[in-house]
Design a protein around this ligand. Sequence first.
Ligand code: ADP
Length: 502
Amino acid sequence: MPAPLIELDHVSKRYPNGFLALDNVSLAFHAGEIHALLGENGAGKSTLMNILYGVHEPTEGGVLMQGREVVHRRPADAIAHGIGMVHQHFKLVMPFTVTENLALVAKGARRAALRRPADVRAFMEGYGVELDPAAVVGHLPLALQQRVEILKALVNDSRVLLLDEPSTILTPAEIENLYATLRRIRDRGTAVAVVTHNVDEVLAHVERYTVLKRGRTNGTGLIAGTTAADLVERIVGHAVANTERIGQPHTAGAERMRLAGVSLRPSSGSPGLHEVDLALHAGEVVGVAGVEGNGQTELFELLAGQRRPEAGLVQHSGPRNTVALVPQDRHHEGLSLDLSVAQNLLYPKIMRGEYHRAGLLDHRAIGKQAQAMIAEADIRTHSPASPARSLSGGNQQKIVVARAMAEAASVVVVYQPTRGLDVAAALAVLQRLATAADAGTTVVIISSNIEELIRVSDRIVVLNGGRITGELSAANASVQAIGRLMTLSQPTHSMPLEPVDA
Ligand code: ADP
């Protein structure tokens, strides 16, 4: 086999905050091969791509091209070495035509050639892409906008093409077409690297795979002879640290809320939602598992009432439910970091005019109530008057959860509740949620942490490509079974998304 076109040579990447995102990774990409990068959220896939593309520099080790060390300090360096990248979020100028978008990044003679429509067509046909060079990009469907991104990445005759989760937003038929294009590109001697979570897609379409796990390589090789079970095991399987149940199992009560055939259109970076049916009952913990970016944000917003479905219904049984939220981003949406712990804990109540006396804030009453909440939720703070900013991440999250609980809502929706927390703080947060379900609250936990979902949920649904691909009772759930549902090819999007009257 000839020298790899591009390789990582003992690369480690430590971010300025000290986090080791890649730990001594050596990996080669060959001309004429499609190479899939797999791994859980946070495994280091984007970091690896960004090192190849010059967004980040390795802390240790280096990048070799055809055996020679290259230094990519910025994307322009990587582009000059013939590397192109297609990001998850498109970087297209929507009102411009296909040709104009290509011309923005083309250099030298290629740029001049783009003035001739026949040359644009010839360039595209060389990769098997049929597109009208004069089409306005914003008018093209997402799958074709993605094709324009691919052409942009290739326009300066790139020999390495990197794609970050290109299939997440595509339908199965579009995924087939994407790989038909990637094969054409590969056959012209390009090394293609694709980040994906879809194991079936990898088995069907690529030559080589690498699984990353916590910044290290957890298997690499030819796809021939590999099975779905093997890949899933490499991606999600490991010695499970702790399987102990958090809280008691619950018996679900009456139905409270139901999503019936709910759909939202896909967009760049999101697969949308497709015919989601989900009934939520009193006194149960429902886990929503999935790789990030598979419709979780959309589901959260629908349950929160922040967004309306484009098709289908969000129904409330009986009186309209109150919904309390623990958002994913606690620093921006969950907390006002400069306000005190007490103000953050009681923020919704203060905004509703509670804790006012004669038009002024009743700081004594606020302090007293906050003290009680701090004690109950075991929030470690110097005082209720300390700014939220001064607390550890775990204690900040306890504030957000305690505030949601204090709303006494019938439904609580929490999104990645334990991200970044240490084991003890994560356990405290999950225990608090389980206790709320004991008291009849409907608890929905959206998380990419399969283990914690198995430990705390009564049942788990899996969101994949904006669809629910399966449901398991926690008693029957295994990390492998959920991992498989998270990495399955999804059925065709069968429902036409008609606009609905607002
Ligand atoms: P993946 O693409 O596999 O989901 P990433 O490469 O994005 O993983 O991230 C790997 C790990 O590095 C994650 O834990 C992430 O939180 C961390 N990380 C990513 N970017 C940064 C950054 N700029 N600073 C600190 N940590 C980061």
